[in-house]
Ligand binder design. Sequence first.
Ligand code: DP6
Length: 361
Amino acid sequence: MENYDKLRLADSKNVNGKVTWHSPSNLAIIKYWGKHGIQLPNNPSLSMTLTNAISKTTVEYQQRSNYSGGAEVTFEFEGKQLPKFQERIKRYLTSIKPFVPFIEQLQFDIKSENTFPHSSGIASSASAMSALALCITTIEDELFNSLPEIEDFERKASLLARLGSGSASRSIFDSWALWGKTGDVEGSSDEYAIPMKEKVHPTFHSLHDDILIVSSTEKSVSSSDGHALMDTNTYASTRYDEAKRQLFYLLEALKQGDIERFGKIAEQEAMSLHALMMVSNPSYILMEPATLAVIKKVRGYRKDTGAHLYFSLDAGPNVHLLYPDSEAEQINEFIQNELKQYCVNGLIINDKVGPGPIQID
Ligand code: DP6
């Protein structure tokens, strides 16, 4: 491990400042499901970075005169103090101390909000943890001028984000990102994600992801518990091999602009994720009847019209609809007429591949 000891403040410095980042969520096409060690993935994953599902996080910091080990934090989410999240963030910041030793020398006052409704069941950990990691990385660079090259900055932000939530490591990059070591992509790593835009055909630079909110109930299994279930899942090693093989084919499809192959893999990955949860012990069924109804309609519509409309799922019941920009008009009509009825209060979050996080101040 790199030596980060130099990232400590002189006690006399008395620094303070304020940093804000807006950072998006992402949708994995090759799913990360199963981890080991300190937030290391059991297979590589590949995702599209979204545009509209964003966390906006501001971190104010001030040097502490007395400190003893743990991070000092206050946390407000959408104007409310949430002790449970505050504790989680405190634990997270304390845990990243080996990489950013100055963390214990500062008091942090953090405010965050999401652009998407929290009852929507959209995983917010990717956007939230990437936004926070970007703020901490900016603070490091402001205080120590340690990350002047953009690649180094992004790598550090991705590493810190990963330690908060694995999927957050991928949200640091615009367009498409890969997290996890694979012989198929040079420079890939289990420690941080890498950008993939250059390896992806322009068709996929504007891919749509409309998120159909078919249920807004709380997740019945947290991601962390879900990952842990893989440790005893009979199909785990088969799954990790399959994910690697699927990644290889997906990389080809993305490079060639092959939307049909892409769609097939996206759907297989979504189904594999849910199948793994169904056969885990305890077993979880995270789809709702409306999830299946939507999937059947999507498949029927594709068969009837030849449209390039595909679905993906995360660890929950909501359906992500994926389609190229060139077919948006026709597909939107289908969604409005045939699928909107399955959504809670008709809620659909229209999203697409995006430009990645932006620093506000
Ligand atoms: C199904 O990144 O939320 O969305 O590392 O425990 O925070 P932790 O898990 P998390 O898991 C995401 C799982 C997934 C697939 C994916 O995004 O790759």
